[in-house]
Design a binder for this molecule. Structure first.
Ligand code: ADP
Length: 547
């Protein structure tokens, strides 16, 4: 990244141009952005100034490109990264972007690993880093168990704040890794492991900068002088919050959440099952227990590692929350259900202190009680260049036959392309070696085929990497693509100049629609003999400026 102060040293041909933005326009827009946010809060990108991957680690992810790039490293590349410090600055940036047709890509902490990280879908977009300066816990109400956050607050930050400010009685729910943003994760509809694990449904109220630069508040926030913004989700009239998730309809500058009051007791457990074929029976039991609200939360296959470390082929982690009397009743129900599967065994964290099984179960024990951590980076092998991650997240019914169908479908493709299966039954993690172009091609083609395999069975992905946004939008096509058409209608009305996150979730604004920016399916995989780039994106379309 290059400081704005050195912009004059950059050659015109080095700048990364978005479509419809020429060099003089970009240069003057960058100067204007620097006046809005201050010259220390804007950096310029060129192909030669991307963060070297070896410099990036979990707490210092690149904000201009995807560290786990599947296509080329500079396919999804920002032209600049800008970090505003308040809502007024965000609004001023958006108004400027409208004047010069500069696309913006908002991120909170940019740790959307496996889905594109901080990188923008449209090359040449300016990444709007909402996390660098807007990272305050604005309010916690200890009695109502609510909080109001800026986008930069991570799970670690929120946990520390509660611990250090007299709110130890409030628990948080974090996903597998604690360094992401509470707001960003909820906006991408991420999930965690406690009873508050469905993050979007636990939010309450948003402040949003619309694509025109106007600012609005949802729910009770629309009523001046209210004291219920974080208490009642809906307010009055239509409920718009959902349209600001996985979308490009607004930039969220504040967001409220409900926190879990200390449940008064907690016990996690691990059930292990010996055979691969146990999966359908396990899933049938999980569904019944979940519908009865018995508190089983997660099942996970750690496959071949399992053999090495002595846990089962399939493993179900879960926890019970509440006073001991309640947990005892739950435990009887959970235990008798799972022990109907021959060979099933269970362990509590306090039973194992040393060895690999202990590590696995204690890691899950922390996550299930809302202690933010980064344990999973271990199995992603973050430090080496080989551990790149691509997430595949199909939604299928919680039934035994569907579980086995989905598992076989993924395993078949993974085996065909030579990848190991690591799945948590909401996300399948494909790990590949980004330093090897062949491995990237295989990873891309494998997931591309799986999306279509899944669609044939009626399974759709709940979230995806930048590469697959167009393809997935194309399979959610009931009744003549009515869903995408509705999104496009909203997009054109809210964002007439098409400046906010073009292409997010396959939604392109009118100005850019049909001009070749959509990523088409690749041709049949031919063992890597074709010119890959030109089969993925029509040539000449990667550089917006070449249009
Ligand atoms: P995290 O660091 O929690 O994984 P990110 O910052 O990467 O989350 O955000 C995930 C995705 O959510 C982004 O790619 C972006 O599309 C969307 N997003 C994040 N923050 C905002 C925001 N403040 N306003 C609108 N969309 C956002």
């Amino acid at each position: 990244m290059v400081s704005i102060k050195h912009i004059s040293s950059l050659r015109d041909e080095d700048l990364i141009l978005a479509p419809d933005v020429d060099v003089p326009t970009l240069r003057s827009a960058l100067e204007e952005l620097s006046r809005i946010v201050g010259s220390d809060n804007i950096d310029i990108l060129t192909k030669d100034h991307m963060m070297p991957d070896e410099d990036g680690h979990y707490f210092n992810v690149p904000r201009e490109h995807d560290i786990f790039y599947v296509l080329e490293k500079d396919t999804f590349l920002a032209s600049a990264v800008v970090s505003p410090k308040n809502t007024e600055e965000v609004s001023a940036i958006v108004k400027l972007a409208n004047k010069v047709l500069l696309p913006l890509w908002p991120i909170s902490r940019g740790r959307n690993l496996g889905y594109g990280g901080a990188a923008p879908r449209l090359r040449g977009s300016v990444v709007l880093d909402m996390g660098k300066q807007m990272n305050r816990v604005l309010e916690v109400d200890g009695k109502s168990a609510t909080c109001l956050l800026e986008p930069g607050v991570s799970y670690f930050d929120l946990y520390d704040y509660l611990q250090n400010n007299g709110f130890k009685h409030l628990w948080i729910d974090n996903p597998d890794l604690g360094g992401g943003s509470v707001v960003g994760n909820a906006l991408d509809r991420g999930a965690g492991y406690t009873p508050y694990g469905e993050h979007f449904s636990m939010h309450c109220g948003m402040e949003v900068v619309l694509p025109t630069g106007d600012v609005t508040r949802t729910g009770m926030g629309a009523l001046p002088g209210n004291n219920t913004w974080q208490a009642f989700q809906y307010g009055y009239g239509p409920y718009p919050d959902g349209i600001f998730t996985q979308s490009n309809f607004g930039i969220v500058t504040k967001m409220g959440f409900w926190l879990m009051p200390d449940p008064g007791g907690y016990q996690s457990y691990l059930f292990s099952f010996p055979r691969d074929t146990d999966l359908p029976a396990i899933v049938e039991i999980v569904r019944v227990l979940r519908l009865n609200m018995t508190g089983v939360l997660n099942d996970e296959d750690i496959d071949k590692i399992a053999k090495e470390i002595g846990v089962g082929r399939w493993n179900v982690y879960g926890a019970m929350y509440g006073p001991k009397e309640m947990r005892d009743i739950q435990w009887e129900a959970i235990k008798s259900a799972f022990l109907t599967i021959p060979g099933a065994v269970y362990t509590f964290p306090e039973d194992v202190e040393k060895g690999d099984v202990a590590k696995v179960i204690h890691m899950r024990d922390d996550t299930l009680k809302g202690l933010p951590n980064t344990y999973e980076l271990g199995w992603l092998n973050w430090t080496g260049p080989k551990g790149s991650l691509l997430g595949f997240s199909p939604i299928s019914p919680t039934t035994g036959p569907d579980a086995i169908k989905q598992y076989n479908m993924v395993k078949r493709r993974f085996t065909e392309f030579g990848f190991d299966y690591i799945g948590t039954f909401i996300v399948v993690c494909l790990t590949f070696d980004k330093t090897d172009p062949e491995s990237r091609r295989k990873a891309h083609r494998c997931i591309e085929l799986l999306i279509d395999d899944a669609a044939k069975e009626g399974y759709g992905e709940y979230r995806t990497h930048l590469c697959f946004m167009d393809q997935i939008a194309s399979v959610y096509n009931w009744n003549g693509n009515s869903s995408l058409k509705l999104n496009e209608t909203l997009k054109d009305s809210l964002d007439p100049n098409g400046i906010l996150a073009p292409g997010k979730s396959g939604i392109w604004p009118k100005r850019l629609r049909g001009r070749g920016f959509e990523i088409k399916r690749t041709q049949e995989y031919d063992g890597g003999h074709s010119d890959y780039e030109s089969t993925v994106i029509p040539s000449g379309r990667i550089e917006g400026s070449k249009l």
